[in-house]
Design a protein around this ligand. Structure first.
Ligand code: ATP
Length: 295
């Protein structure tokens, strides 16, 4: 690459096909068991050489521009690990809603790790990037791989699964943000209504049996987030029509997704929702994807 060239990377969001919380660990993290799925809703990360510093820019005023940005932290950790003096300007074209349960920040961090490995000719292998990424956030290793993956431990121990068949995904994001830390801190097992059977879901993925996958799915964090924001239950009810294979909250919320197997049906649902006068949530129609990023 020439100096001043821009390297662009697509950073894909994720949904959770299932989340179970196993226990609270002595280090205060929660041990989880989740099935993660990449979707083709993406931020675009543009990287450009920049003296010795790290500089974040974004048109979106809600994106932090300081060292708290996970993209900044990703560049910083690579600089520290490799002792490289080069800097980088990171422009974040934000499409993934923030604090939505879609791992937008983690996706950006993963894209920066991949992009700088190339821009700075570091030749670090994926295992090293995943180890560095895990120190930034539990979802970063997943975003470096993408597809359909079982995540255990804090979410950083990954086992690739058979891919979910290609499906359309309707995402509905209410106006409020949810803090992941708050949800985990308020988790109480006795309030959970449905626990996923993740082993059966894995068998369902192997057999390409969508009924087995969706029947065994659940997100135990719904019990926390929906109690505080009953609006999420209302969105689930609206999306949970006969066309929807699965309707679930993603991550710690508040985004709700519906899986649909047919574009015409999915488009009709989206158009109908958009035409409702009292429907004031953000809505997206995307597809599942087998990638975590595209460079
Ligand atoms: P997860 O599902 O992994 O918990 P999320 O989708 O709920 O993530 P993010 O969009 O990653 O949440 O944002 C969570 C917080 O992280 C926000 O409050 C935001 O200020 C901060 N943040 C740091 N870096 C970024 C980034 N690159 N993009 C968006 N938010 C970021």
């Amino acid at each position: 690459m020439q100096k001043n060239d821009i390297l662009s990377i697509k950073a894909y969001a994720k949904i959770n096909l299932a989340i179970d919380v196993i226990r609270k660990r002595p280090d205060n993290y929660h041990e989880v068991k989740m099935i993660m799925q990449s979707i083709d809703l993406f931020d675009i990360i543009n990287l450009k050489d920049y003296d010795n510093d790290i500089k974040i820019t974004s048109e979106n005023k809600d994106v932090p521009l300081d060292e708290t940005n996970l993209a900044y932290k990703a560049a910083q950790i690579l600089k520290e690990y490799t002792n490289i003096s080069q800097g980088v300007q990171i422009n974040i074209d934000k499409k993934i809603p923030i604090a939505a349960g879609l791992a937008g920040g983690s996706a950006d961090a993963a894209a920066v790790l991949i992009g700088l490995n190339k821009l700075w000719n570091l030749n670090l292998d994926l295992d090293i990037l995943m180890k560095l990424g895990a120190t930034l956030g539990s979802d970063v290793p997943f975003c470096l791989k993408g597809g359909t993956i079982l995540a255990t431990g804090r979410g950083e121990i990954l086992t690739p699964l058979n891919n979910l068949p290609d499906l359309f995904v309707i995402l509905v994001k209410p106006k409020f943000d949810v803090s992941t830390a708050w949800v985990y801190n308020n988790f109480a097992r006795n309030k959970v209504k449905k626990t996923p059977n993740i082993e059966n879901m894995i068998i369902g993925l192997k057999e390409n049996n969508i009924t087995k996958i969706v029947e065994n799915s659940a997100n135990v964090l719904e019990s926390v987030t929906i109690e505080k924001y009953p609006e999420i239950e209302k969105i689930k009810e609206i999306l949970n029509n006969e066309e929807s294979l699965l309707t679930l909250m993603s991550g710690s919320g508040p985004t709700v997704f519906a899986l649909i197997d047919n574009l015409a049906k999915a488009t009709a649902i989206v158009e109908q929702l958009k035409s409702k006068a009292d429907f004031n949530h953000e809505i997206f129609l995307v597809k599942t994807t087998k990638r975590g990023y595209f460079i």
